[in-house]
Ligand binder design. Structure first.
Ligand code: 6R9
Length: 649
């Protein structure tokens, strides 16, 4: 990337233009591509044709705010679009999935291979009475069988609910209960830095309670680590056993465009995680279009998205987007520092990866480890880099550009959410000039604005709430089983628009700069953690009376959880209590929610009406000047906190 820097301008105003060699070969050549999206219905109608439909749609969009129906009347199947349609031509024997395990084991599945395994596993699900519309929970590490299980569900019209393998048994239980899944697919264990983590044992812990509801009838276990597991007669079966002698013929179920494809749970401001519902038609059109354009996908690319399939990025840009486009995807099971800190760069060198899509927190970790690791490997195959999950700070952007991209790869900073399903703001590589730290402008056919609380757009140069003005194809359709929560959470905060929960500003050039969440969601290493969830986990501890959590800035993770806890009357503090509280959060939610800091206090700062003043807690956690305290019931509380915080750390 070549830099054009006008002296005297702010750092933010630097433009980076794509190298001419990149632009010359880019799939999008039309510099006015964004104008094509101005007529949204026509644009998305056109994009719908990129998929194979069993029956064409009658109406591209029916909008009954806030409920949208896309490609109404159309019938299609997501797995068919990811597999069957590639088999007729030269892609039949192309690598669909290149897998590298943490221990160095390798597997390559061609499109034909993947098609065969998916069809067989779809037949296995059918034999376990899974029918169209039934839910299947997938609690797996990043291995090919996870993708196979997802596509097998899609093939027969079952709804998958992937639960990230880092979630605890209790978090898994909540999700199984909410979705009322009939089947759980898991592994004996998963590898992490050479250790094996027991996934099947967590499923066992999660299930006794749900059995009261009698929802889970079968558990299918993939053998991965070989660690011992308990198999419950009549409920648990081994994947390798049930896959024996199963027919490879399993016709793809013609699904209504608005039938459910999957539920994915995500954290919000209040209560338990929400089941975000995505449906087949609009979602597939959205991820397929964005994947091709944003990553400038060519037939010969080796595309690597480092996200776990337990997150939306794994769903949209590891599985459905790339496979619908017939791409070769790389999948790596393990940690970036196992056995050495250059594992990612070695993988890029070994497989000649051309496109890398990762997260700012990873980039900051690599920066900390130092550039000698990437410099020691041949990364010349790379031609495009992507970033997702949180704002990327300009320093990390510059490092990514220099040491990974060799200053010749455009960086696509992509802003989107579990709820949006697809990338919403991004450069179109080869066309859009870049600015480090900005996700640039909305994707064609997407209408994003920054507004004030009344919903009025703010002028350029100012900031406000980030909203989506009009429906888009991959938008969530509801919160599973709770239309009201969907309406209240997303469409009521600001009248007539979808509220993202993010704050952003736009500059004189109309470029967007996402600041971060304005709700009670903490973004830890790109993972959404609800403060209410962590507080709930802390209060669940026998000795805890009250808890309040905030996010504080963290050099590598972006944000870290900072918890303020008051103990029940008469409880003495003892050595190891803080560690015990942290472990309790891990047990309730998972390691990703472990607070970095826990501060014990007799009181939490509250207003006279008893509301905890998080704003002040945040000031304390960030170590900055404390804001207005006039509404506090007892100003002494805050002075105490301020004085004692460093002493306790
Ligand atoms: C895809 C994904 C969504 C939240 C979102 C925002 C933050 C994601 C970003 C970004 C700045 C980017 N976020 N991408 N912030 N720049 N490029 O991460 O989905 O897990 O639902 O998180 O992540 O705050 O609201 P999800």
């Amino acid at each position: 990337m070549t830099e054009k820097h006008n002296e005297g301008l702010l750092e933010e105003k630097r433009f980076f233009f794509p190298p001419t060699e990149f632009s010359a070969k880019a799939i999008i050549q039309n510099p006015n591509i964004h104008e094509l999206g101005a007529d949204r219905a026509t644009f998305w109608n056109e994009q719908g044709r990129r998929l194979d439909w069993f029956k064409p749609w009658n109406t591209v969009l029916e909008w009954n705010p806030p409920f949208a129906k896309w490609y109404v009347g159309g019938k299609l199947n997501a797995a068919y679009n990811c597999l069957d349609r590639h088999l007729a031509g030269p892609r039949r024997n192309k690598a669909a999935l290149i897998f590298e395990g943490e221990l160095g084991d390798r597997r390559v599945l061609t499109y034909q291979d993947l098609y065969r395994e998916v069809s067989q596993f779809a037949n296995v699900l059918k034999s376990l009475d899974v029918e169209k519309g039934d839910r299947v929970t997938i609690y797996m590490p990043l291995i090919p069988e996870t993708v196979i299980a997802m596509l097998a569900c899609a093939r027969i019209g079952a709804v998958h609910c992937v639960v990230f393998g880092g979630f605890s048994a209790e978090a898994l239980k909540d999700r199984i209960q909410n979705s009322l899944s009939k089947v759980v697919v898991t592994t004996d264990g998963s590898y992490r830095r050479g250790n094996s983590i027991p996934l099947k044992a967590n499923v066992d812990l999660a299930l006794p309670v749900t059995c009261i509801n009698n929802c889970v009838e079968s558990v299918i276990v993939v053998k991965r680590t070989g660690q011992p597991v308990d198999m419950l007669e009549g409920r648990d079966v081994w994947y390798h056993e049930v896959m024996k002698n199963v027919s490879i013929v399993c016709p793809a179920e013609p699904m209504d465009a608005e039938d459910m494809l999957f539920i994915l749970y995500t954290s919000g401001t209040t209560g338990k995680p929400k089941g975000v519902v995505h449906t087949v038609g609009g979602y597939m059109v959205g991820v397929s279009t964005t994947h091709e354009w944003v990553f400038d996908l060519k037939e010969e690319d080796v595309y690597w998205c480092t996200a776990d399939v337990g997150w939306i990025t794994g769903h949209s840009y590891l599985v459905y987007g790339p496979l619908s486009n017939g791409a070769t995807i790389l999948m790596y099971e393990g940690a970036p520092d196992f056995p050495e800190k250059d594992r990612y760069w070695k993988i890029i060198e070994d497989y000649r990866v051309t496109i890398l899509y990762t997260a700012p927190t990873a980039i900051r970790t690599f920066m900390k480890w130092g550039e000698s690791y990437p410099l020691g490997r041949d990364l010349s195959s790379l031609r495009l880099l992507g970033s997702v999950g949180e704002p990327i700070n300009p320093e990390a952007w510059m490092w990514y550009n220099k040491f990974i991209g060799g200053e010749h790869c455009p960086i696509v900073d992509t802003w989107w959410q579990t709820e949006t399903g697809m990338i919403m703001m991004t450069p179109v590589p080869g066309i859009t000039p870049l600015k480090p730290g900005s996700c640039t402008i909305p994707f064609p056919g997407v209408h994003i604005e920054i507004v004030d609380h009344a919903g009025n757009p703010v002028p350029k140069g100012e900031g406000g709430y980030l909203v989506v003005r009009e429906p888009w194809p991959a938008m969530l359709k509801t919160v599973y089983g709770d239309d009201k929560r969907y309406q209240d959470t997303y469409w009521s905060e600001i009248a007539d628009v979808y509220f993202t929960g993010d704050e952003a500003k736009w500059d004189e050039d109309g470029y967007f700069w996402v600041v971060g969440r304005v709700d009670d969601v903490i973004n830890v290493s790109g993972h959404r953690i609800g403060t209410a969830e962590v507080e709930g986990a802390l209060v669940d501890h026998l000795l805890v009376a009250e808890a309040a959590c905030v996010g504080r800035t963290h050099e590598v993770k972006g944000q870290a959880v900072f918890a303020f806890v008051s103990l029940k009357e008469g409880i003495e503090i003892y050595d190891g209590l803080i560690a015990e509280l942290k472990a309790h959060v891990v047990q309730k939610i998972g390691a990703l929610a472990r607070p970095d800091d826990i501060f014990l206090t007799a009181e939490l700062p509250k207003t006279r009406s008893g509301k905890i003043m998080r704003r002040l807690l945040k000031d304390i956690a960030e170590g900055r000047t404390i804001g207005d305290t006039t509404t506090l019931a007892d100003a002494e509380v805050i002075n105490f906190l301020k004085k004692n915080i460093d002493a306790q750390k």
